[in-house]
Design a protein around this ligand. Sequence first.
Ligand SMILES: Nc1ncnc2c1ncn2[C@@H]1O[C@H](COP(=O)(O)OP(=O)(O)O)[C@@H](O)[C@H]1O
Ligand SMILES: [Mg+2]
Length: 157
Amino acid sequence: MSILEVKKIRKTYQSRFGGNRVEALRDVTFSVEPGEYVAIMGESGSGKTTLLNILAALDQPTGGEVVLDGIPLNSVSDAELAKFRRENLGFVFQEYNLLDTLNLRDNILLPLVLDGQEVSTLKEKLEEVVSVIGIQDLMLKYPFEVSGESIRKGKPF
Ligand SMILES: Nc1ncnc2c1ncn2[C@@H]1O[C@H](COP(=O)(O)OP(=O)(O)O)[C@@H](O)[C@H]1O
Ligand SMILES: [Mg+2]
């Protein structure tokens, strides 16, 4: 079974006063199999951000359907959506969207805390993530201290 099915999705942006309409997506259909890597390419303004926002359930299509791991996204209520996203989706934004005032450890823990997980589970999951990525020494640093900029300039963290 496909992990993601995108069926004829459309997105039309309309200004609040009924003026300019922009058809950002028109009948986009594709599917992704488990383990498959997919890149979406296109010139600026071609609808990549619109598509990804819809796939991440941050925005809704004007028409069509997105089915993620067998669950039609439009069947998930607004109230359940934040939890659904935390449990099923990962999204790395161009601007990262880490919280500047939390160190890396707390940035990693935040979604688990919001989920009401036990302290023992928090510790277990934190250790797992940290060892997979190999960032043990960075846990108490803040995002600005480990930015891509420092890495590119070849500075130590
Ligand atoms: N919130 C919005 N309101 C109105 N038009 C928008 C909005 N977001 C994007 N658009 C328009 O939708 C089209 C696709 O934009 P976008 O998805 O950002 O493309 P890309 O990420 O490929 O550059 C563009 O014409 C853009 O101007
Ligand atoms: Mg974009």
